[in-house]
Design a protein around this ligand. Structure first.
Ligand code: SAM
Length: 241
């Protein structure tokens, strides 16, 4: 479970909010049982439940966990909003594969249109999917899901990534492997993946003018939902093998 950082010390922790309902009513946990808890910012512990109520769960920390669960580089997936439920799949699998954050955007060839009301509801659902996937894969860091922006806003956002790339199916581009080979532990990569219809040449040129490197994800054209997973798997191969 991810808990609020302020309630997490070396000796004990307190869980409040929606997780209490999940632990007490869904998991039907009892005093004396052990759970694994993360604060979402990199600290994890094995803890014993000592008090459960409808509003609060308290646990004694048995040991802080040192296992390394996070990719040594921070990978942010800039994802062109896809149709239907594909983004849910991308968020769930991308979290399992170690994405650091997700940054959805709409671009020229985006088909779905989100109004403010729809967007707020979707964001809530998407963040829940990320949280559950992070818990299930025992992540120590809860990936951040940023609010969707336009492609232009995305390029202008104040970004402090060490490496920025746009995935574009063009022969002769630098490969994602070459980019990853240049990176070292602690670096951060933002990679933009287009929606189903891909990016327009103008969008690629705009990104390049902002310093993004055009990268290839190999000789085959991948579906939009596969592309980000490919990048994460390559990062795992580069840094975790
Ligand atoms: N525009 C293409 C078309 O209609 O044939 C396909 C777009 S592809 C389904 C969606 C996105 O995945 C692309 O915009 C790109 O970001 C990424 N992508 C898929 N395969 C790729 C590859 N081999 N190299 C680089 N990017 C790729």
């Amino acid at each position: 479970y991810f808990v609020e950082p302020h309630s997490f010390t070396e000796n004990e922790l307190t869980i409040v909010g929606d997780d209490v309902h999940h632990i007490v009513n869904v998991m039907r946990a009892r005093e004396g049982e052990e759970i694994i808890v993360s604060d979402g910012a990199g600290r994890s512990a094995r803890a014993k439940l000592v008090y459960l109520s409808a509003k609060e769960v308290r646990a004694e920390v048995i040991e802080m966990l040192q296992e390394e669960r996070e990719l040594p580089i921070r990978v942010t997936i800039g994802q062109g909003l896809p149709k239907g439920e594909k983004l849910e799949w991308i968020l769930q699998k991308g979290t399992e594969l170690g994405a650091y954050s997700f940054f959805p955007f709409s671009s020229e060839r985006t088909i779905v249109k989100l109004d403010a009301k729809k967007e707020a509801k979707k964001l809530e659902r998407w963040r829940k999917i990320v949280k559950e996937a992070a818990e299930q894969s025992h992540r120590a860091v809860l990936p951040e899901l940023l609010s969707p922006v336009s492609f232009r806003e995305m390029l202008q956002a104040d970004q402090s990534y060490t490496h920025c790339a746009i995935a574009y199916e063009k022969e002769g581009s630098t490969t994602i492997h070459q980019v990853l080979e240049e990176m070292t532990v602690g670096d951060s990569l933002l990679v933009l993946v287009g929606p189903e219809g891909g990016f327009s040449p103008e969008e690629v040129a705009q990104a390049e003018s902002k310093g993004f490197l055009t990268v290839s994800l190999g000789p085959r054209i991948l579906r939009t939902e596969t592309a980000s997973q490919y990048v994460l798997a390559c990062a795992s191969y580069q840094f975790e093998r």
